[in-house]
Ligand binder design. Structure first.
Ligand SMILES: O=c1ccn([C@@H]2O[C@H](COP(=O)(O)OP(=O)(O)O[C@H]3O[C@H](CO)[C@@H](O)[C@H](O)[C@H]3O)[C@@H](O)[C@H]2O)c(=O)[nH]1
Ligand SMILES: [Mn+2]
Length: 483
């Protein structure tokens, strides 16, 4: 897949950080040993009574703390730094399709315009429109969210064209038109300024229309109110004039029945996996929380620099990008920026078997979630096995979903919008998973969208391999963080 002989990515041990970490570890280990030695010799000099008990308890506590500290040091020993070179990827025709999953749950807690900014920034990723599909899961089943998604899609078309034409890096309109965006006055070109002004007005009117709709939005689809049972609703959002230059946008509100557990975000992701399998069926999936916009438009291409690297690809499940947060207090005394995780711990994990999945901002291989084993049994092999009852046990009864395991991804122009939505509606029903292992069985590779919550597992039985990796670029930015 490399355009020439140059590598698509590089990685090396972050030597300055490794040296500092190792010095700290050695110093800490020496001091801990001295404390333990002092405690052990103090204990030996006690004969009986309370002093003996208290010295013993202190020694036990310090041994426990020392043991817990030791367990964490492996993460600091070998921090790895990586770089990707998306400009070395071959032509656009060779890029694999990508599905973006955005989850939202409640239009009151999660401001609709924020969700729309996430959608727009995903639809405007620097990736061929035909190979990009965005799915919005709305667990609130909100008429407002659906209305806003339609409006946002209409705005996203000229916005995407503007960003691509003038090389605008900040693809999230709210960030661009506010102080957050850095490339606002990237050009003083008259035409640029004129288009920018026009888009600004369009964006203002989008916000206004969403605000107006909010007033009348207290009902959900049909006549059901919040918290009541409702059927699934799937809609391929399209503009009056069919936009070939726009990615596919699909609104998914899964079925809810109060007596059947819906498993929160993990349940939503499971539904999106199934729904997208009968639509775009892309081999790679980007997962985003609703308040997290794509900060770096090249993130998909960067992820492909790893996923398409022949030596790495068979054992690679996901590429994790670090998160960054807005609206955090300047002093950040509670470490809400999670700098320790993304700048240090994850880098160290990358030097072992890969970082831990952060729940958002990662490009994961669809087969990895389905349960393919690294390097050998592919999902197609599993799907073509004769044991149909085993396949149905894993994937449920939908023949279309099972067929999708063997099919190639569907490019946007090939998707039969009206026919696929009826099957997708069944796949979004809350009883679909019942009596199957879907979402229940721990994945042999590393990830499961567990029925209860999003869990991340590394199977200890597997040989050492690069499961996932961390990129340094801040590909996603979150507007806010609760708490
Ligand atoms: O029933 C639900 C509940 C939540 N969500 C969505 O899940 C995402 C994360 O939920 P949130 O309540 O915002 O959790 P946070 O603690 O902010 O999220 C962190 O922690 C979660 C796991 O606990 C991870 O899944 C997230 O990626 C990670 O950012 C949001 O987009 C929600 O809209 C749903 O789609 N359905
Ligand atoms: Mn959140």
């Amino acid at each position: 897949m490399a355009g020439g002989s140059e590598p698509l990515h590089t990685s090396h041990v972050d030597q300055p950080m490794a040296t500092i970490n190792r010095l700290l570890i050695l110093t800490h280990a020496a001091l801990t040993t001295a404390v333990l030695y002092y405690r052990a010799s103090g204990l030996a000099s006690q004969t009986a009574g309370w002093p003996l008990v208290s010295w013993s308890l202190l020694l036990a506590a310090e041994l426990l703390l020392a043991f817990l500290w030791t367990l964490r040091q492996a993460f600091k020993w070998r921090p790895v730094a990586r770089a990707a070179f998306p400009e070395r990827l071959q032509s656009e025709r060779h890029l694999p399709p990508v599905d973006v999953f955005v989850c939202t749950a409640d239009p009151e807690m999660e401001p609709t315009m924020e969700v729309m900014n996430t959608l727009i920034s995903a639809a405007c990723l620097d990736y061929p429109a035909e190979r990009l599909s965005v799915y919005l899961s709305d667990d609130g089943g909100s008429a407002l969210t659906l209305h806003a998604a339609r409006k946002a899609y209409a705005f996203a078309a000229p916005w995407r064209a503007f960003c691509r034409r003038f090389d605008v890096e900040t693809r999230c309109p709210e960030a661009y038109f506010s102080a957050v965006g850095s490339d606002r006055s990237a050009s003083a070109d008259e035409e640029f300024l004129e288009v920018q002004q026009r888009l600004k007005l369009m964006y203002e009117s989008l916000k206004e229309s969403v605000d107006n709709a909010k007033i009348m939005s207290k009902t959900t689809h049909g006549s059901t109110a919040k918290g009541q049972d409702r059927p699934s609703h799937i809609e391929v959002i399209q503009d009056a004039q069919e936009q070939e230059e726009m990615p596919l946008l699909v609104y998914v509100s899964r079925e809810k029945q109060n007596r059947i557990p819906h498993h929160y975000k993990a349940g939503a992701l499971n539904v999106l996996l199934r729904v997208s399998s009968v639509m775009s069926n892309s081999p790679y999936v980007l997962v985003l929380d609703c308040d997290m916009y794509c900060n770096n438009p090249t993130s998909a291409r960067q992820a492909m620099c790893f996923h398409l690297e022949p030596r790495l690809a068979p054992s690679l499940a996901f590429v994790q990008f670090p998160q960054r947060f807005h609206n955090i207090s300047k002093d950040d005394i509670y470490c809400a920026e999670l700098g320790f995780l993304f700048k240090r711990l994850w880098k160290g994990c990358d030097g072992l078997r890969g970082p831990i999945l952060s729940g958002t901002g990662f490009y994961i291989k669809r087969d990895a979630v389905y349960g393919a084993k690294p390097g050998n049994t592919t999902i197609e092999e599993l799907a073509s096995s004769d044991d149909i009852s085993k396949i149905k046990q894993l994937f449920g009864s939908s023949n279309e979903l099972i067929a999708s395991l063997r099919l190639r991804p569907n490019l946007r122009s090939n998707i039969e919008k009206h026919t696929v939505t009826s099957e997708a509606t069944i796949l979004a029903s809350c009883a679909y998973e019942l009596d199957t292992q879907w979402g229940e069985q721990a994945n042999r590779i590393l990830v499961r969208f567990s029925r209860r919550r999003l869990l991340h597992r590394v199977s200890p039985a597997l040989p050492r391999m690069d499961f996932g990796l961390l990129l340094p670029h801040k590909a996603c930015v979150s507007w806010q963080r609760a708490g």
